[in-house]
Write a protein that binds this ligand. Sequence first.
Ligand SMILES: Cc1cc2nc3c(=O)[nH]c(=O)nc-3n(C[C@H](O)[C@H](O)[C@H](O)COP(=O)(O)O)c2cc1C
Length: 394
Amino acid sequence: MIKKLKEGVYNVGAIDWDRTLFDEIVPTPQGTSYNAYLVIGKDKTALIDTVEPQKFDELKKNLEEMGIERIDYIVSNHAEQDHSGSIPMMLDMYPEAELITNEKCKGFEMDLLHIPEDKFTVIKENDEIDLGGKTLRFIMTPWVHWPETMSTYLVEDRILFSCDFFGSHVATSYTFAKYYDKVYHEAKRYYAEIMMPFRNFIEKNIKKVEALDIDMIAPSHGPVFDNPEYIINAYKEWIDPEPLNMVLIAFVSMHESTRKMVEFLADELEKRGVDVKIRNLTTADVGEIAMDLVDVATIIIATPTVLAGAHPNAVYGAYLANVLRPKAKFAGIIGSFSWGGKAVDVIKSNLSSLKVELLEPVLLKGLPKKEGYEKLKEFAQLIYEKHKEAGLIK
Ligand SMILES: Cc1cc2nc3c(=O)[nH]c(=O)nc-3n(C[C@H](O)[C@H](O)[C@H](O)COP(=O)(O)O)c2cc1C
């Protein structure tokens, strides 16, 4: 599907309506797209990024349909294969094309895609290429998503081709973002899974983006934003260091003991005016958990003791929170056991990268009894007080 952004600027990428999983981990319930942008100047034509190799035929078909016989430049903003994977095929199709990218990205693409060195033209920050009335300027935006990632700014049309930055996994027939509730949700999911670990870099990169005069943000997944402030403001909200007065309880329970603890704790928190999200680690969508992590002040991992350790799904939940490095300020561990083990140590070691205050764990023997529920009440009160001290409850 060819989508026009402005005169001489088209999205010629591919739509993946039925991709349901990304990177073998990230659910993509709305499908996705691999946007590749064609910029046609008076003298030269450039393609900005390509598509996932399985979708190369769609890119090829779009270019053929437009009668594009020559591409002078292929700009690669990011070496990850969902954008770069079709570059080798494009270079076969358009052997005259120079591959434009930064030094680091060149190294990655030589390793990942075996592209020969002589195909590359290396550019640096703020270098420009004139296509004839359309100027491409290169802006380094490291760590959104990989260390080599950059953006390309089309000066005359004021379009920022931002690659993964500001993207969302959404397959749409329309060109520009609309149905904003959905866009917000999927862009947040994308932020949570892909960008959250690099929050500090994002802050710097947003400043760079805001210094440009922008009409459109054209990411490489999902719709184009013709109101750039919408997505920039959403990102600012997500990177804001202040969490919400909310607790995520990510749990697993084999025989309901831990589940009873979780439900009781959630009730006690709600009674104290603390919002709660409960996610069952056996069935929950990883993306939804990641989205909770964008906001919450406290993360609770709830697990039974299994074969002297924690339940593997609880380990996975803790590990996930650890690698996504959310802004949470507190963490806790609760659970049920029968004869003993190291469930707490296992979960603790999987939370070691989080800059959180770890609250005293609550482990109960078997199905919770009166004293157990009392401990959970105290635990809820402690969380409430921590949130209050942190200024999250007014
Ligand atoms: C496969 C399996 C392994 C277990 N291993 C341990 C263990 O090593 N140490 C322990 O204290 N309890 C162990 N238990 C007992 C559970 O921790 C205990 O029944 C707990 O109350 C279960 O919580 P749940 O109802 O939330 O699943 C094990 C239970 C199962 C089913």
